[in-house]
Design a protein around this ligand. Structure first.
Ligand code: G4P
Length: 528
């Protein structure tokens, strides 16, 4: 095998998805702890107490949160493989970023709170994973606390998400009195001991079934019975359905006390598929051993106020990336020098000299480079754009100091290109009072902060009562413009969007005039 093929085969690139508070950050820290990547104690990754502060000052917030807003991916070696954990921003408010980063992952770990089961954001993110056919591992967290019955959680996953569950581990001891895990893979029982706040790895002891039954008493027998029952019901792990995102292996545990974290990380390495050839826009897969190629899944400007720079995060799809190589930027056809390549996590930047399929590279000063763009050397390729999701929130933006209009124009154009928000313009008003559209309100805060601080154009954002957008065409737009409760605006790429206050209104208009074009926007591909 060539170097590239061998290196690609060692990569495990995945993201963690969860509803806020289910334990994504804690689990990330514990992966670092178990992966040996934490030199200090777990908990040092982020100052936890600051997390719930007001979200008015974005930069300050970013600094406090450490990981949450600006990070992209972290890498650590584990059992001879290279683990790439792509960070999905974990804010309470939902943002489009979260969707996009999933395009860079080869699998996802879904973290559920044992007491809450499937929550709204988990569901949204799960749907993205399903659409991308992203293999999914499930971690049922917080088992150290009273919660739902194990069987009930499994049942909820199956009925709410419509995905088969294959429990790989099963908890011994009721929620709240968590003692250890049964493991289907070797039939053994692992008993854990808590450490203070789980700052160090939890001591564990593998115990054979007879001894376990004698020492743990009734709870062991009960767990074993339930687990066997599940196995009888056909919940076996099946690689094919897992890779097709039709079934999910399930792991129980507690990220806080480290119970089951090692087993989950082992499963990530064993089950997450290595990078596979990525199909280009015409559906032809680019072999991982082809010359370097990659696509941009995130653009982050202004990570460092002192530098005012712009980092494009690339997921490597094929070949070897070497810092300093000159790549071609597919959309513009221009050469692009990669002198400043970094691996970025939290506030830390490390210069990166080479990378392989599955890895994430941060390119500094990536002017002109947008989310969805392809970069390559030697053999041209263009990967499909990253879907932009249907906005659900709309605000009118007005510059408060009219002498700053030029800066305002420049700012909104750039934020639009970066995908921070979508900018929708009225044909008659142009840049006068554009509507900013987003999936979550956090995107507006970031846009407002950057317009003022980075572009020197303070803006006022006014709420609107629109809650959904549909794509329309010029002919329908003419009719819609005369109607009540509809506003037709244009995106920078010329696409016409009709905004509505409620889905019922859309239905009514469609019923009244079936010839109206009002297409849904979900998961629509957008190039650049
Ligand atoms: P998030 O990134 O998904 O938003 O969740 P995060 O890890 O920040 O965890 C949210 C809260 O849940 C934290 O408590 C965290 O300590 C707690 N938590 C995470 N995993 C477990 C677990 O396995 N068991 C229990 N009992 N709790 C868990 P907090 O009170 O909000 O913060 P802190 O005071 O603990 O720092």
């Amino acid at each position: 095998m060539s170097d590239v093929a061998a290196e690609a085969a060692r990569r495990r690139t995945f993201a963690i998805i969860s509803h806020p508070d289910a334990g994504k950050t804690t689990l990330t820290e514990k992966f670092l702890l178990y992966g040996g990547a934490l030199t200090k104690e777990a908990g040092a990754v982020k100052a936890r107490g600051d997390r719930r502060s007001a979200t008015s000052d974005w930069m300050a917030l970013e600094q406090q949160r450490g990981i949450s807003i600006t990070s992209a991916a972290m890498q650590f070696p584990y059992r001879g493989q290279v683990v790439n954990l792509i960070d999905t921003p974990g804010h309470r408010d939902f943002s489009e970023d979260t969707y996009r980063v999933l395009a860079a992952a080869d699998a996802a770990v879904m973290v559920l709170d044992a007491a809450k089961g499937i929550e709204p954001q988990t569901l949204k993110l799960f749907e993205v994973c399903r659409e991308r056919e992203l293999p999914l591992l499930t971690f049922i967290n917080k088992w150290d606390r009273p919660g739902l019955e194990a069987l009930d959680v499994l049942d909820e996953i199956e009925t709410t998400l419509g995905i088969a569950t294959a429990p790989v581990t099963f908890p011994v001891g009721i929620a709240g009195d968590f003692r250890g895990l049964l493991d289907r893979r070797d039939g053994q029982y692992t008993r854990y001991t808590r450490t203070a706040r789980g700052a160090t790895m939890a001591p564990e002891e593998v115990i054979d079934p007879e001894r376990a039954a004698a020492e743990e008493g009734d709870v062991y027998g009960a767990a074993q019975e339930e687990f066997e029952l599940l196995q009888g019901a056909g919940g076996d792990f099946d690689t094919k359905s897992f890779l097709a995102a039709e079934s999910t292996p399930v792991f129980f545990g507690s990220a806080l006390t480290n119970f089951g974290v090692g087993k989950l990380l082992d499963a990530v390495v064993d089950m997450v598929p290595p990078p596979t050839p990525r199909p280009d826009v015409d559906g032809h897969p680019r072999p991982v051993t082809a010359p370097f190629s990659g696509f941009v899944f995130k653009v982050q400007a202004n990570m460092d106020k002192a530098h005012r720079d712009r980092i494009a995060f690339i997921r490597v799809c094929s070949g070897r990336f070497e810092r300093g190589m000159v790549v071609t930027h597919q959309r513009t056809g221009k050469p692009f020098a990669t002198k400043y390549a970094h691996q970025v996590f939290g506030q830390e930047r490390e210069t990166l000299d080479e990378a392989f399929p599955g890895d994430v590279v941060g390119l500094v000063n990536a002017t002109d480079v947008r989310v969805g763009d392809t970069l390559w050397i030697d053999e041209p390729v263009e990967f499909p754009g990253i879907p932009s999701f249907a906005p659900e929130q709309f605000r009118v933006a007005r510059v408060t100091d009219t002498s700053k209009f030029k800066q305002f124009r420049k700012g909104i154009t750039q934020l639009d290109e970066e995908g921070v928000v979508q900018v929708l313009r009225d044909a008659d008003l142009g840049d006068q009072a554009p509507v900013l559209a987003a999936v979550g309100p956090m995107q507006f805060e970031v846009a407002q902060w950057r317009l003022e601080n980075e572009f020197g154009a303070p803006v006022e954002l006014t709420g609107t009562s629109y809650t959904l957008a549909r794509r329309t065409d010029a002919e329908s737009a003419l009719k819609l413009r005369g109607m009540r409760g509809v506003r037709v605006l244009a995106r920078a790429d010329g696409t016409l969007l009709a905004l509505f206050e409620s889905p019922y209104w859309v239905e009514r208009l469609e019923a009244d005039d079936p010839s109206l074009v009002l297409d849904r926007l979900v998961a629509e591909g957008r190039q650049g």
